[in-house]
Write a protein that binds this ligand. Structure first.
Ligand code: 0X9
Ligand code: ZN
Length: 624
């Protein structure tokens, strides 16, 4: 071969390498994703694509991402769980762990998207969003976007073939059961009332030959047990609801109240195609989707490990399992904040079968310690005192001065829900009560001069069984007020973001005071003021009396006339006659038919002389 040919070959080889060299090969480090953008906004990822993306995440965020290969699918695909946590600190193993999985049912493509997008968001916002920074530092977040890769590949691998949807495939691809009847429903194969599932291999919800017969289920079970998962989310589609246990039947768990209140909090962060006015509903499977599902993952995990388990049935509108591309990001963002909320409360401990615990409803407090210029301060001690138990605990702040705490997890500190607390940083103090919401942000500055001014202009009006309070925002205040605390007879009874409040459970003779709360803590109390009756109450009572009077009158009238309508008329006199009453000389009334007559004055009456031979009925006789 002459030198020219050698150069020519080398040139072609170089060209080929430069053209195809960037195509990733399994096992290689690939960096062809720009992870500053979520890569799957315009299409559903294939399994291959996802797996390569995991690699790029791991190489781009080596301190935050770890891939765990937990086994192989029936067709031999790797099963990858992705762990997100700041791994460079010593507490890694003691951090509360949450698992979020998707794609257990092959055709539920949105569940893969939602899991993948959450993963991307947690990494992409790690440096900019304090809550996410805190979460990734303080939780182990396991995301497992495709539990059933074989089924997903068979269902189209995320590609609309010729504009058509997938095959509506649900199960895995286990071909060992029956030649023509392939696959097991991975959400009927768990060992919790497994026997109640169907034993017909041809059915879409076939339970398999025995519990945990499938690679995809027993590997996941072992992973959950090995990693001490405390909170589990099993993503499905397409109903638009959050399912709580039990799923196998329409009966409550021991933790029914906790589950419902927490589901209310989680769903408060959801929307439907971006519409926040219509959050997801929640409840048991039977209540929400009309059937029960025995042998499912959430029941097993809750029953066997004590983790709290939820199942989002992702809302896809009229699109069932295959929402169009334009809906991908709407759907991903309908749920991301709700899943983040679940990560935050992952530390809640429900105990297990031997020892059930009944923690109070989660209530999150979080915020930054900041200086007067809103700059974040680290190294300040934040303390929390429960005013009822008088116990004070120390809250750890991170390097940004950010703290976050789930009060629902303070059960061993005597918290039972609905308590009043004081947060203290140096001399800055503020009081708050826990309520039905999911929590509150309190940024605190250590500058003692940054307290809000005294609240003035408090007016308290009692009306319709409620006490309505209004006040003026303090005008000489340089700091934004983020809430007002409302005190009744010295007790903190609630708070308001605006300058009004309604006390719906007032007490007799209650006196009220208001204070404003800013990052400088709580300002001085307003002067106290006693509830007084509203001016509107007087006309209101008068209107009420008039209505009652009219009704009474109407009732009497109706009663009187009802009687006369049903019976014969009592006065048969038709006209005044010519004759006069022999007793009192008033004119007698005559009745034409029988010629009888009656004196209205004294009651004298005569009967028809033809029949009664002019009998006279004396005055006082009741007659006619
Ligand atoms: O039937 C199911 O498995 C789920 N509904 S779906 O339409 N996506 O098939 C509901 C299952 C609820 N239970 C668990 N998630 N374990
Ligand atoms: Zn499903």
């Amino acid at each position: 071969m002459d030198i020219k040919k050698i150069f020519c070959c080398l040139f072609v080889a170089l060209l080929l390498i430069s053209t195809f060299g960037s195509i990733p090969v399994d096992g290689e480090n690939v960096t062809d994703y720009d992870n500053s953008k979520y890569p799957f906004t315009e299409h559903y990822p294939s399994v291959e694509e996802l797996y390569r993306w995991y690699e790029t995440l791991e190489s781009e965020y080596p301190d935050l991402v770890t891939r765990h290969n937990i086994g192989k699918s029936w067709e031999g695909r790797d099963l990858w769980v992705i762990e997100l946590t700041a791994s460079n600190d010593t507490r890694v193993d003691s951090k509360p762990a949450i698992l979020i999985d998707g794609g257990m049912h092959a055709r539920e493509w949105s569940s893969i998207q939602v899991a993948a997008y959450l993963m991307w968001r947690l990494l992409n916002e790690y440096d900019t969003n304090e809550t996410i920074y805190w979460l990734v530092n303080n939780r182990r977040i396991f995301v497992y976007p495709v539990v059933n890769p074989d089924g997903y590949v068979y269902d189209g691998d995320g590609v609309y073939k010729d504009g058509l949807q997938g095959r509506w495939w649900r199960k895995n691809r286990n071909g060992s059961i029956h030649e023509d009847e392939i696959g097991v429903d991975l959400n009927r194969n768990w060992d919790h009332l497994w026997s109640r599932g169907t034993d017909k291999p041809g059915r879409a919800d076939y339970r398999g030959v025995e519990p945990f017969s499938e690679n995809e289920t027993f590997t996941l079970r072992d992973f959950i047990l090995d990693n001490d998962i405390q909170s589990y989310q099993n993503l499905h589609s397409y109903w638009g609801t959050l399912l709580i246990p039990w799923s196998h039947a329409n009966i409550p768990t021991f933790h029914e109240d906790w589950y419902r209140a927490t589901a209310e909090q989680i769903t408060s962060h959801t929307s439907r195609f971006g519409n926040h006015d219509v959050p997801y509903s929640y409840g048991r499977a039977e209540e929400e989707i009309g059937y029960s599902a025995p042998g499912g993952s959430t029941d097993w995990v809750y029953d066997k490990t004590g983790a709290h388990t939820f199942c989002f049935e992702i809302f896809t509108g009229e699109h069932f399992f295959y929402p169009p591309i334009r809906r991908i990001m709407d759907i991903n963002q309908d749920l991301d904040d709700a899943l983040i909320h679940q990560c935050r409360i992952a530390d809640t401990d429900l105990g297990d079968g031997d020892e059930l615990l009944f923690p109070p409803i989660p209530f999150l407090i979080f915020g930054n310690v900041i200086d007067i210029n809103d700059d974040k301060l680290s190294d300040n001690d934040v303390y929390l005192t429960n005013q009822r138990t008088e116990e004070t605990i120390w809250i750890e702040t991170d390097s940004n001065g950010y703290y976050e705490l789930n009060l629902g997890n303070l059960v061993e500190h005597g918290y039972e829900g609905e308590d009043t607390f004081t947060l203290t940083v140096e001399d800055t103090m503020l009081n708050f009560t826990t309520d039905d919401g999911w929590g509150a942000r309190f940024d605190l500055t250590t500058d003692p001069d940054s307290k809000p001014a005294k609240v003035v202009g408090l007016e308290v009006v009692e009306s319709n069984g409620m006490v309505n309070l209004t006040w003026d925002p303090p005008d000489d205040n340089d700091f934004s007020i983020y809430r007002y605390n409302v005190y009744r007879n010295g007790d903190l009874i609630g708070h308001s973001q605006t300058n009004s409040y309604s006390d719906t459970e007032p007490v007799d003779g209650g006196t009220y005071r208001i204070s404003a709360v800013s990052s400088g803590g709580e300002g001085p109390m307003s002067d106290s003021i006693k509830a007084c009756r509203s001016d509107y109450d007087i006309p209101y009572i008068m209107v009420l009396l008039v209505i009652v009077g009219v009704l009474l009158f109407a009732a009497i009238y109706i009663r009187k006339h009802k009687g006369t309508a049903d019976e014969e008329p009592r006065t048969p006199f038709e006209r005044e006659g010519k004759e006069k009453c022999p007793h009192c000389h008033r004119k007698l009334f005559e009745v034409s038919d029988d010629f009888s007559a009656y004196c209205e004055g004294c009651g004298y009456a005569t009967m028809d002389s033809r029949d009664l031979d002019s009998q006279t009925l004396e005055n006082g006789n009741d007659h006619i």
